[in-house]
Ligand binder design. Structure first.
Ligand code: HEM
Length: 223
């Protein structure tokens, strides 16, 4: 068996090292600059091919996950690079915008997406763990669940937990407009004759009662 390369001091101490092939932001930038100048072909597929280097050895730009390690190792220059662009680009790249219909289609226990505050969450793996139960989550699929979520008064830790399930944003223009309450229309009465009769009776009945009372009085007086 061929012995591997000698281990670095921190490796011996058990401190994890990045797998071979991952690069820090600064190193990646330096290599990109070199590649642009023609002295180094890593990271530039075309140049690599032209120089006869293995095209598989194209090194991708550093991801957010490789950033912290880079920050500890590198100079102020590296930090500036991290803060200025790399992380932001990565975050923007991951953001996905979904249409309402697409999200609404994920409405079963084994595939459940929610819309809360303009964001889309895939809570499928959370269904069994949700302290409020899976039924409540299922019940708010296919709609904007923001109010339902807020009405519960979820804790800060619940809100932090949400990040784990975030998969993108909802295209607000695709959310169906909420139906406002429409009061039932007044059914127009067809029987106008009935209305008229009631009005006449309302007028006549008191007069008749008065007349009757007057007649009785006259009658009793004459006796
Ligand atoms: C990704 C989304 C969600 C996460 C991460 C989440 C997480 C949690 C957590 C951690 C709790 C325990 C109490 C707390 O810490 O606040 C909880 C309770 C609860 N949640 Fe959610 N929740 C989510 C969405 C929803 C939605 C959309 C509803 C819809 C109505 C809901 C209804 C409830 C109910 C009814 C309880 C029980 C409250 C109680 O027993 O006092 N949750 N949720």
């Amino acid at each position: 068996m061929v012995p591997g390369p000698p281990k670095a001091a921190h490796e011996k101490k058990g401190i994890p090292v990045k797998p071979h092939g991952e690069v820090s932001a600064v190193r990646w930038k330096r290599e990109q600059e070199r590649a642009a100048g023609g002295s180094n072909t890593r990271g530039v597929p075309g140049a690599a091919a032209a120089s006869g280097a293995c095209p598989d050895r194209v090194i991708p730009p550093p991801t957010l996950h490789s950033a912290p390690a880079a920050a500890t190792r590198c100079s102020v220059d590296g930090l500036r690079l991290l803060l200025q662009g790399v992380g932001r680009e990565d975050m923007a790249g991951e953001k996905k915008v979904f249409g309402f219909e697409e999200v609404a289609g994920h409405n079963v226990t084994k595939d459940c997406w929610l819309i809360i505050a303009g964001k889309v969450y895939d809570v499928t793996s959370f269904m069994d763990e949700h302290p409020g139960g899976d039924e409540v989550l299922l019940a708010v699929t296919g709609k904007d669940a923001t109010n339902d979520f807020e009405d519960i008064g979820h804790s800060e830790s619940a809100r932090e937990m949400m990040e784990k399930y975030l998969i993108g944003e909802i295209d607000a223009s695709t959310i169906p407009v909420k139906r406002t309450h429409v009061s039932p229309q007044q059914v127009p009465s067809n029987d106008k004759g009935d209305d008229m009769l009631i009005k006449i009776l309302q007028f006549l009945v008191p007069i008749l009662i008065l007349g009757l009372a007057f007649a009785i009085r006259q009658y009793t007086k004459s006796e």
